[in-house]
Write a protein that binds this ligand. Sequence first.
Ligand SMILES: Cc1cc2nc3c(=O)[nH]c(=O)nc-3n(C[C@H](O)[C@H](O)[C@H](O)COP(=O)(O)OP(=O)(O)OC[C@H]3O[C@@H](n4cnc5c(N)ncnc54)[C@H](O)[C@@H]3O)c2cc1C
Length: 353
Amino acid sequence: MKNKVLDYLIVGQGVAGSCFALKLFNQNKTFQIIDSNQNKASSVAVGIYNPVVLKRFSLIWKAEQQLQWMFHYFSDFEKLLGENFIEKLPTYRILKSEDEIQTWKKKSDLPVLENFLSKEIQTSKNQNIHAPLGFSEVKHTGRIQLEKCMRLFREFLIQKNNYRHEDFDYSELKIQSDKIIYKGIEARRIVFCEGYKLLENPYFNYLPVIGVKGEVLEIETESEIPKAIWKAHNFLMPENSKTALTASTYDREDMTYEPTENGRKQMQKYLEEIYTGNYKITDQKAGIRPTVVDRRPILGSHPAHQNLFVLNGMGTRGTLLAPQMTEYLYEHIENSAKIDKEADVRRFDKFWD
Ligand SMILES: Cc1cc2nc3c(=O)[nH]c(=O)nc-3n(C[C@H](O)[C@H](O)[C@H](O)COP(=O)(O)OP(=O)(O)OC[C@H]3O[C@@H](n4cnc5c(N)ncnc54)[C@H](O)[C@@H]3O)c2cc1C
């Protein structure tokens, strides 16, 4: 019997591959996802979403659109999987100097930021939160429980026979003008969503994806931390009355997936600048973020093979970026929409030969 040609094959089930698969599912497209379920940055990520760059107090690229698409996609995941993943939480930026307070006041008066930065400087009422000069609120922030969402979506895909647990073997991929064939699977298109492992993909490894390793600490605290995302140099976010997460490190040298002593020490140092109570470390994890030299995602087709696509470069903000970038790519493939120049893979054609 002749194999049915699927609409899509996806490689990778991190937040990028999952958002794309969700879109296909909602559009009644046929697809298979191949995933090794290893070293998934999306399962290490804290999942914080925050439309403001907190070093410079400026809005991120396409902030409002990204937020809208993020709520749209993760509400759909919630409905499909019957669990909550979205936690709306204020971010409290701890102010470190008089200069910073003056900058904050100026920035919060700007029309573009007034919806995001509170004008009020608050003082900490919690004896274990160290904020002698006060803190102020960043609005429209929170956390997506990415690990739980990816895990439950994977179980859902397995149940629907949409998921194959294996390492994709690039040498088995046969490309024809109207379809691709991979170990007996035929599909009209293939979308690569491998995160940092893109660099092992012989078709797309010309792209300037740079790994940035990050680590996260889970701690048990002696006293309850007020429910918010506390931000000084690093983040501190309580998960419940006893445990909290603190992150992160940014290492461009060490590309291993193991947590390190250096990482732990660095995170403890920054944690103790925010939290002065006793705590014990209960877990430490590491992952590699797929970042791009120009800090924009990468999406679109291969320069020579029109049925090979890439969806990558989510960097430090996969939670916010993956939903909107999925929309761009899907609309491009299905409805010939133009991809935003800043995210289009075409900007790197000069590196391909
Ligand atoms: C410590 C840390 C903290 C972070 N915190 C946040 C945060 O708070 N908020 C935020 O928005 N972002 C955060 N990030 C960034 C976020 O994790 C990434 O932007 C995002 O997870 C990247 O998603 P992805 O789907 O591109 O890649 P990944 O999540 O890495 O998924 C790639 C998938 O592809 C699979 N794969 C790869 N190659 C193959 C192959 N050949 N065959 C089969 N399967 C393959 C892998 O097994 C994996 O499942 C953090 C990252 C780290 C490391």
